[in-house]
Design a protein. Structure first.
Length: 170
């Protein structure tokens, strides 16, 4: 790993700001990143000078700047994940003759990346207006009105937590 701690700290500041839904005070950035406040102010000054961070004077807080937005937009335009995955998805579609999708779990979010359609297969989704009634099948309300209720078995009991997650040893 390269020895560029200031670059790593600047990226940590950007990531921290990106995690928050609102601008953050410098003191909170210093506390959350365990950095000296003077170092945080130096990093914020450089990031502000380059447009990656904006200082909201009246609120005494810092938020992401336009350059951060431009960087994210450039990532979308370049589409590196789509470029890396396309050939694998094409092979998968060729082998299975089914549509293939790639999504990535990022924290608590699922990011939809790419879809490759098999020849003659329709795109899945809500084109044409959301829910569709399948031919020959009753909808849930109609089925319930006729008294047909599907019974499901009770859920299994919850699993005991793994010893590694409870702080005890087995």
């Amino acid at each position: 790993m390269a020895n560029a701690p200031a670059a790593g700290q600047a990226l940590s500041v950007l990531r921290l700001l990106a995690r928050h839904s609102e601008p953050v005070p410098a003191s909170a950035i210093a506390r959350d990143l365990d950095l000296p406040r003077s170092s945080v102010y130096h990093l914020l000054t450089v990031l502000c000078d380059h447009g990656f961070v904006v200082h909201l004077l009246e609120e005494q807080r810092y938020g992401l700047g336009v350059a951060a937005f431009e960087l994210g937009s450039a990532y979308t335009r370049q589409a590196p994940l789509q470029r890396m995955a396309r050939q694998s998805l094409v092979r998968l579609v060729d082998e299975t003759q089914h549509n293939a999708h790639l999504a990535v779990l990022h924290g608590r979010d699922v990011l939809y990346v790419i879809e490759e359609r098999a020849p003659g297969r329709k795109k899945r989704g809500k084109e044409g207006g959301g829910r569709r009634k399948e031919k020959g099948k009753e909808r849930g309300r109609e089925r319930r009105a006729k008294g047909k209720r599907r019974q499901f078995p009770p859920p299994p009991p919850p699993l005991a937590p793994h010893p590694a997650h409870t702080g005890t040893r087995a």
